[in-house]
Design a protein around this ligand. Structure first.
Ligand code: ADP
Ligand code: MG
Length: 237
């Protein structure tokens, strides 16, 4: 019985905000294209995880979100899948340069995982994904970014380096994800995160994910999100 209660607690979902879109029960409910549906099936994802059930319709509706959930809850797909839809909805994709989707993560390992997940879904649309993090040649990254991409997955420090080198501009970025925001702050990336956010147009869609919500992250969220919906999974935050 203890176990059952623990399990229930870990799945409990709390949602706050106004005009919250109805949660989904299946990926079909999200209205994804056949390409995305087949990529989802190929991953072996049968149904959305708890956070995905609530976050997917929120993000697909264009709203800002604060997602609070611990590791392993399936947050990556919750922001990658709507990002593909967001990019495909852009008229005249080729006209401007620079990424439409900008994803920041605390470490190169995390950035790389997100990069791989994004590539799986981006591939069939010809959406180009670039990874930008330390440990790789800056010159090579500079060259890759110069060719152009629709999505950049980055650690904050290296993205700042690339912006300083003018490897990319963020003038067409309209979809910003801050993944594991608490860890980015723990690692001292607050100034870099703030600088990146400051370089992206204010009418963007912003998604902030964090395992915990310390005061500093609450403050950031208040400053950079617009009428966010908060989705909390389990006994966290
Ligand atoms: P988080 O970012 O919350 O830590 P991830 O996005 O890394 O979680 O997902 C954790 C694991 O769950 C990954 O191996 C991922 O492939 C898998 N996963 C994500 N969504 C689903 C789903 N709907 N069904 C089954 N597995 C999933
Ligand atoms: Mg994650």
């Amino acid at each position: 019985e203890q176990d059952v209660n623990e399990h229930r607690k870990s799945l409990a979902i709390r949602v706050s905000g106004f005009d919250v879109p109805k949660s989904v029960k299946t990926f079909e409910d999200c209205g994804f294209s056949t390409e995305i549906m087949s990529a989802i099936k190929k991953q072996g994802y049968e149904k959305p995880t708890s956070i995905q059930c609530q976050a997917l319709p929120v993000v697909l509706s264009g709203r800002d979100i604060i997602g609070i959930a611990k590791t392993g809850s399936g947050k990556t797909a919750a922001f990658v899948l709507p990002m593909i839809v967001h990019i495909m909805d852009q008229p005249e994709l080729q006209k401007e340069e620079g990424p439409i989707g900008v994803i920041c993560a605390p470490t190169r390992e995390l950035a790389h995982q997100i990069y791989l997940e994004a590539k799986k879904f981006a591939k069939s649309y010809g959406i180009r994904v670039s990874a930008v993090y330390g440990g790789m040649s800056k010159l090579e990254q500079y060259r890759e970014l110069k060719v152009g991409c629709e999505v950049v997955v980055a650690t904050p420090g290296r993205l700042i380096d690339m912006l300083k080198m003018k490897a990319l501009t963020m003038t067409r970025a309209t979809y910003l994800v801050l993944d594991e925001a608490d860890r980015m702050f723990d690692l001292g990336f607050e100034p870099q995160v703030r600088s990146i956010v400051g370089q992206i147009r204010p009418d963007r869609q912003t998604l902030l994910f964090s395992a915990t919500m310390p005061r500093k992250i609450e403050k950031l969220a208040r400053e950079i999100l617009t009428d966010p919906i908060r989705v909390t999974v389990g006994e966290v935050g």
